[in-house]
Write a protein that binds this ligand. Sequence first.
Ligand SMILES: [Zn+2]
Length: 198
Amino acid sequence: MPLAGKITRALAKQGQAPHTAIVGCADSRAALEAIFDAMPGDLFVLRNVGNSFTHAEGSVMGSLEFCTGTLQTQLILILGHTGCAAVRGATRAFLNSSENKVSKAGKALDSLLAGLSSVARGAALELGEDATEAEIANLAVQMNVFHTMDFLLTNSAFISDKVQKGEVDIQGGIYNLESGRVTFLGRSPNQSKIVNTF
Ligand SMILES: [Zn+2]
C-alpha cells in the first residue's frame, strides 16, 4: 500500500493530531499542503480570500479554537502571499475612493474588501504620497498578516490565554508565488501588548 494510503488508514483509526494550523489565502496558487509538502494529518488548514478574519471571524476563529483546544495543536501560522488579489483590490478601492473609504455595496465581497481597507490605509500612510499602488499592496500583504494575528489575539480569549501560557505560538509568513519560498515574519510586534490586556 502506498505511504499516503497507510497514513490515511492510520489517521482514520487513531484520530488526527496536526502539528500546525494554518490560515491562508484561498488563492489557487497558494495551495498550503503543496507548499509545505504536507501529508494527510499534518496540517489543519483554513483558507479564505485575503487570509483574514473579516466577516468570517466566527467560523475561522472557532475552527482555530477547536484545533488548539481539542486537537492540542501548538502552532498557528498566518500565511499571506505575494500578488494577493484581495489585498490588491482593497488597496485599489482605498486609493480610488474620494473619501478614502470603501463603499458599502451589497456584495459580500465588497464587505470583505472594506474590512481589508484598514490595512491598505495603514500601508499607504506608512509609505507616503509617492508610493505606487503595487508598493502599497506589497506592504499591505505583510501588514495584513500581522492584522490577522492581532485580530485573533484580541478576539479569542481562549487562544490569547493559551499564548500567554506558552501553550500556543502564533507565527506569520508570506509565500512568494514566484520563488515558491516562504518568508517567516515571526510573532506579531503587538502580541505582548495585546495578550497582557486579558
Ligand atoms: Zn490572496
